[in-house]
Design a protein around this ligand. Structure first.
Ligand SMILES: C[S@@+](CC[C@H](N)C(=O)[O-])C[C@H]1O[C@@H](n2cnc3c(N)ncnc32)[C@H](O)[C@@H]1O
Length: 302
């Protein structure tokens, strides 16, 4: 099957569960209507000034929005893209307690093939690279389902990997069928845009404090996002299936940025990155395609 350049099928991921924006949707295109936090991407605009997008959540498709953001304008990128989990359609019951597993089965996580997934991630990474300042760094996070592909794509695009950081979940989702290890980790890749980059921000005291043992090794042990921190929908169910814990972002931001730096999250979900960035007195630019999540971000910020 021919795959479009951006890696997505016309009806594939992200697209189906996207509530459109602009005329007739109650959310204005552009920044009209007094929306302070949210800027709905205006398809008619070719570019935005930095001040237009700073401290904003842009409701739109990152592949269309990123090219409109000024080149070399951000100090750090946090990329938490779709995982392409490919979970089986059948109901999964836990091995020990027999409860049903609520896996990630969102439309935005579905791609027709690895080729399609790679094309999407490759495009996102290239667009992110264009907006990175020369000494900016980028973090990419995923599970074993896709982190190896993302790492390879990063290297092929010239990124230079500085570290991988292993997030060990102290409260992982229990295993269900009992046929393999319970997966309790996600991997973060931390990189610069090019191997010659020197002078990137690394706050080593923060790294030592967060890392494992006295030397601050590249292992972070912290729980997944649960309880009051987890954003809920109208039915009291979790609003986003993969909301990251604020503590993870706190560690990422404190180790790799200074106050006043600009942090970009092009696939923001319910906005954990910008939410923590603001608390830590950093600036942010977030992009998210799904209006429900953007509404969640608005609630979170208010
Ligand atoms: C793994 S989640 C990010 C979760 C986020 N870090 C948080 O803590 O809430 C990936 C997000 O990418 C969004 N997404 C997928 N394709 C996108 C696109 N083309 N442009 C913008 N957002 C997209 C999905 O809607 C989803 O919310």
């Amino acid at each position: 099957m021919a795959v479009p350049k951006d890696g997505r099928q016309p009806s594939q991921p992200g697209r189906q569960d996207v509530v459109p924006y602009g005329p007739g949707t109650g959310l204005p295109a552009g920044n009209a209507g007094g929306e302070e936090l949210v800027l709905a991407d205006d398809p008619g605009r070719k570019n935005y000034t930095l001040s237009e997008v700073l401290d904003k959540v842009i409701l739109g498709d990152a592949l269309e929005v990123l090219p409109k953001i000024p080149e070399a304008s951000v100090d750090m990128v946090f990329l938490d893209p779709p995982y392409f989990l490919q979970l089986p359609k059948k109901e999964l019951r836990r091995w020990t307690v027999k409860t049903v597993v609520e896996g990630v089965n969102d439309a935005w996580d579905r791609f027709v093939s690895f080729e399609a997934y790679d094309a999407f991630i490759g495009r996102l990474l290239s667009l992110a690279k264009r907006v990175m300042k020369p000494r900016a760094t980028i973090w990419a996070i995923a599970t074993y389902h896709s982190i190896f592909r993302i790492g390879r794509l990063m290297q092929d695009l010239g990124f230079w990997i500085l570290n991988d950081v292993l997030w060990v979940k102290s409260n992982p989702m229990p295993n269900w069928l009992g046929v393999r290890f319970t997966n309790a980790t996600e991997t973060l890749i931390w990189a610069v845009g090019d191997r010659r980059v020197k002078g990137y921000t690394f706050n080593r005291e923060a790294a030592r404090e967060f890392g494992m043992g006295k030397i601050g090794a590249n292992v972070w042990i912290l729980p997944i996002c649960t309880g009051a921190e987890r954003l809920k929908d109208e039915q009291g169910k979790k609003l986003h299936s993969t909301q990251k814990p604020a503590e993870l972002l706190r560690r990422v931001i404190l180790t790799s940025t200074h106050e006043g730096d600009v942090v970009l999250d092009p696939v923001a979900g319910v906005g954990t990155t910008g939410y923590v960035a603001r608390q830590l007195r950093r600036r942010f630019i977030m992009v998210e395609i799904n209006r429900r999540y953007v509404e969640g971000i608005k609630r979170r910020f208010s």
